[in-house]
Design a protein around this ligand. Structure first.
Ligand code: MF3
Ligand code: CO
Length: 259
């Protein structure tokens, strides 16, 4: 059984909008910094400063997960190439031409969270990798269009899955999107595939979902590195990740994490 899905009123959504726009601005600035020779710790430092300047609390730094058995130590997840999610910023991780880097971040502002991610190419990347980024982003956009009152959760899950698999890529199963609000992770879980054993609640005005397809160029299998956080593909092939925080409104989907 899934738990209760918390619906937000207009005033609450306006607050979430502020968090969302800050996350968007941070990701825009970081994406512009990405180039050959930059290390992921430089992205981390820039992001931490932007959050501080905005009076926002990082959503990830200090976040405990049972799976890792520790608190996450950074404001960003920077996942390079075969790293799927939860890659940790490092001064030793210099980006080079042909790499892709997923930047995932969240903030808490006035009590409410925003969460978003994008995957950025470093210089020129292969045609196959370009397609991986494009299909993952398209899958998210198609899913966003399903965030409408009266639709069901599986409309989102199935839309991502179909677009990804029709294009020859695979969906990571172990990691899912989530409801979001006064907590970073609320009900419901938002898988990027349909599993009929899961619950399929109807979407209602005021629900807010972080939809985050994680898509592998090769097989779907994932493993976790010795650091207990970094999720990588088993076959070493590249993985892409895009995420937006999206509200159900009477006017359809409201993407809180972009203008
Ligand atoms: N966007 C990811 C999520 O929603 C990032 C979480 S990283 C963590 O799960 F450190 F906060 F766990
Ligand atoms: Co998320």
């Amino acid at each position: 059984m899934g738990g209760m899905i918390i619906r937000k009123n207009t005033a609450e959504l306006e607050r979430m909008r502020r968090s969302g726009l800050l996350v968007w601005q941070i990701l825009q600035d970081l994406a512009k910094m990405v180039q050959e020779g930059v290390n992921t710790q430089e992205l981390e430092a820039a992001a931490e400063k932007m959050m501080k300047d905005a009076g926002a609390k990082p959503a990830f730094k200090g976040y405990y997960t049972q799976a890792a058995g520790s608190k996450y130590p950074y404001v960003l997840c920077t996942s390079v190439n075969d790293e799927i999610v939860h890659g940790m910023p490092s001064g030793k991780r210099k980006l080079k031409k042909g790499d892709i880097v997923s930047i995932d971040t969240g903030v808490q502002l006035n009590g409410y969270f925003g969460d978003s991610a994008l995957t950025v190419p470093v210089g020129e990347i292969s045609e196959e990798t370009e397609k991986l980024l494009r299909i993952t982003k398209e899958a998210l956009e198609l899913a966003i269009d399903k965030v409408r009152s009266g639709n069901r959760l599986f409309d989102i899950c199935g839309t991502v899955q179909k677009h990804v698999e029709d294009n020859g890529f695979s969906i990571v199963r172990e990691m899912v999107g989530h409801g979001i609000g006064t907590e970073l992770h609320e009900e419901p879980q938002v898988p990027n595939y349909v599993d009929r054993r899961n619950e399929n609640p109807r979407l209602r005005e005021g629900m807010v979902l972080a939809i985050e397809p994680m898509v592998n160029a090769g097989g779907p299998d994932m493993q976790t590195r010795a650091d207990k956080w970094t999720a990588v593909t088993k076959d070493g092939k590249y993985s892409a990740h895009f995420e937006h925080t999206v509200a159900v409104t009477s006017n359809g989907p409201w993407v809180l994490t972009r203008p």
